[in-house]
Design a protein around this ligand. Structure first.
Ligand code: UDP
Ligand code: MN
Length: 319
């Protein structure tokens, strides 16, 4: 009995001490209004930062179409992309390998990045006569035509299997070597039905930035492009995305080997929209959220020497 009373007294004192601490803490943290405000501001900015990393859980599905081909930097490029896609839950990755068959490298990458359930792995080999050869400059032949068309075919079939144009979704051509901000996908999510969204692209067409030019009413009048500005749509593949109902309504819209260099974007867009009807995004086209970066081809002279003697630095590893 006595012991029980002692225990209760102990508990009483313990609670008293905790309450005392809490009182002192609350008094000290309320002392200066400035410091509370500061703390609130810091918290807000932290939350804002987090929002930038996870831009949207909802929004239309964005089918991100990526043509890719085997080369020493392929895994590095796709790893970079996969980490962006992981952060944007409404992206579905349509990855199309320029090859006869899909590869283990890409399958493993999708698995390790946890994207199996929101990706599809396809292949479509560029015909030999359209494939760039060793020392060809990269602009000599169009790149990604076969792969993007294959992906469009997949998207249209996927729509057919899921009620046609009933559900709103968006298609974006996401090359494997560019640099994408997660914020870009928050902008793409704003694309309305029957619309093509447009925004600036950094480091392309010989300029720091290629961008749509708007009038005061935020209508797209044209583009600031320096390279072939006479093209119907003088913009880069990374600078627009398409509401998929437009693709559904215009089954003939796709890419082509028959067009002049630099006309792939115009070739698909001419079926879908006119410049004045494009939907400007990225804060009235004042922000750069994607860059047309290009990765330097690595110099592998020492590797070639090794190979001559029948060895490889990467035996047993995937680089
Ligand atoms: N690509 C491809 N096969 C090729 C060359 C390129 O599938 O033989 C892909 C490449 O991975 C990229 C897209 O097509 O996603 C555009 O190619 P690249 O980045 O070389 O073009 P550029 O940036 O010069 O327009
Ligand atoms: Mn590129």
């Amino acid at each position: 009995m006595n012991q029980e009373i002692r225990m209760k007294t102990k508990h009483f004192y313990a609670v008293l001490v905790i309450l005392g601490f809490l009182l002192i803490y609350s008094l000290s943290s309320n002392r200066g209004c400035d410091s509370t405000e500061q703390a609130a501001l810091e918290l807000q900015s932290l939350q804002d930062n987090r929002a930038a990393f996870i831009p949207n859980h909802k929004g239309p599905t964005i089918y991100a179409i990526t043509p890719t081909y085997a080369r020493p930097v392929q895994k590095a490029e796709l790893t970079r992309l996969s980490h962006v896609i992981r952060l944007v839950p409404n992206v579905f990755w349509v990855i199309v390998e320029d090859a006869e068959h899909t590869s283990n490298l890409v399958t493993n990458l999708l698995m390790r990045s946890g994207l199996q359930d929101r990706s599809v792995q396809l292949s479509a080999k560029t015909p030999a006569n359209f494939k760039l050869q060793g020392k060809d400059p990269n602009w000599l032949k169009p790149r990604g035509v076969e792969q993007r068309n294959k992906a469009l075919e997949w998207v249209r079939q996927h729509m057919a299997d899921n009620g046609g144009r009933e559900r709103h979704s968006v298609v974006y051509f996401m090359d494997d070597d560019n640099t994408y901000s997660t914020e870009l996908f928050a902008e793409i999510s704003k694309i309305e039905r029957n619309k093509v969204g447009v925004w600036p692209v950094g480091l392309v067409g010989g300029l720091m930035v290629e961008k749509p030019v708007l009038n005061r009413d935020e209508i797209v009048l044209g583009f600031n492009s320096a390279w072939r500005p006479e093209r119907p749509f003088p913009l880069d593949m990374a600078g627009f995305a398409i509401s998929s109902d437009l693709l559904w309504d215009n089954p003939q819209a796709q890419f082509s080997y028959e067009v002049e260099r630099g006309y792939q974007e115009s070739e698909i867009l001419r079926h879908l929209t006119i410049v004045h009807e494009m939907q400007p995004l990225a804060n009235k086209c004042t922000e750069v959220l994607v860059w047309h970066t290009r990765t330097e081809t690595p110099k592998l002279d020492a590797e070639k020497q090794l190979v001559k003697s029948g060895k490889h630095s990467d035996t047993g590893l995937e680089v």
